[in-house]
Ligand binder design. Structure first.
Ligand code: 89Y
Length: 338
């Protein structure tokens, strides 16, 4: 599998390192409008092809997939370019900044018969998979209530300065993950209500969002997100989750402890992610999940099994993101079913 990368910024280093963990995969070319960035990434990983124009790269290289790691406003153009070249394409989240563009991307790839995947990695984190296994085992009975908590004061803008500039920040950047995890754990949403705030005066978008979601199953899920939290024990980048069911409860605490309580007592499972030497310690659990997410996408690319985070699947998560913005704007509950 020959992969080409477009976008050689902060995240690309980890994405390339993640690909290199998988047997049979070679990153053969990298591209960035900033030639120095492309050269640096290529030199770090010994990549032969270095480009500043994605079209030139796609014309010149024989590749099995294009991995798009640019800022969200450029995803659509690059996905359409890949579709035009008949090249399977993977894009970072959010697929695009608005729902209509996401739909067009999915439609264009379907029409060109080109597989489209979204690199949605949070659902691939070791502790999230372990939590899902507990739910699927039936040990806590039928889940009726969930809480997904991602609140932090971590200075995300230092590594990803563009996040301070975007008008829609935390729901689009983090809600893409938390809402996707809600779907992964609890099924599809029926309706939601969201309130947002901007606490940090130096950024453009909202940095706090609280969303109450009714799932089709009847479960009620509360999703809390913040980058304005001053906390004794900041869990960044861990997502803390608790679920109550008819026969028990499960809680994912900071440090990857999964505490499962039934009427017979509490037991603890440790759901620690693998530690890769190349991972940034501040993001270790997320970086480890890049490998598992890529492995799943690879199985889709090789027709070995279905990939979970296809463009069509991710449209459902994108609908939630924009329903949350609509709810915050209008003060209304937004229906999602159907
Ligand atoms: O961009 C975001 C993501 O995908 O995970 C955490 C992050 O880096 C900052 O919010």
């Amino acid at each position: 599998m020959n992969i080409a990368i477009v976008g050689c910024g902060f995240w690309a280093t980890y994405q390339v390192a993640g690909w290199r963990e998988l047997p049979g995969v070679t990153v053969v070319a990298v591209c960035d409008a900033d030639a120095a960035k492309a050269r640096t990434l290529a030199e770090t990983f010994g990549v032969a092809g270095v480009y500043t124009d994605a079209r030139v790269m796609l014309d010149a290289e024989r590749i099995d997939a294009l991995d798009v790691i640019t800022s969200p406003n450029t995803h659509a153009g690059l996905v359409l370019l890949a579709a035009e070249h008949g090249v399977p394409v993977i894009t970072q989240k959010p697929m695009a900044n608005d729902l209509e563009t996401c739909r067009q991307m999915v439609d264009a790839c379907e029409r060109a018969d080109v597989p489209l995947f979204v690199h949605e990695n949070f659902r691939w984190q070791t502790p999230i998979r372990a939590l899902k296994a507990v739910l699927d085992s039936g040990e806590i009975g039928t889940p009726f209530k969930g809480r997904i908590y991602f609140c932090s004061g971590f200075p995300v803008f230092d590594n990803q300065p563009f996040l301070a500039e975007i008008e829609q920040f935390i729901i689009s950047d983090v809600g893409s993950h938390t809402f996707d995890m809600a779907r992964f754990l609890f099924g599809e949403p029926a309706r939601l209500f969201c309130r947002t705030q901007r606490i940090n005066p130096r950024i453009r978008g909202e940095d706090v969002a609280n969303t109450l979601i009714d799932m089709v199953s009847g479960l009620t899920c509360y999703v809390e997100m913040s980058y304005a939290s001053v906390l004794e024990s900041d869990a960044f980048p861990e997502t803390l989750i608790s679920v109550e069911g008819s026969a028990g409860s499960v809680e994912l605490r900071k440090g990857f402890d999964l505490r499962i309580t039934t009427r017979s007592g509490t037991r603890v499972e440790y759901a620690r992610p693998p530690l890769y030497a190349w991972a940034n310690p501040d993001y270790a659990v997320v970086h480890a999940s890049i490998v598992d997410c890529n492995r799943n996408i690879l199985s889709g690319l090789r027709h070995e099994g279905p990939a979970e985070t296809t463009g069509a699947d991710n449209l459902q998560t994108v609908r939630m993101v924009h329903a949350a913005y609509e709810s915050a704007r209008t003060g209304e509950v937004i229906l999602l079913k159907g």
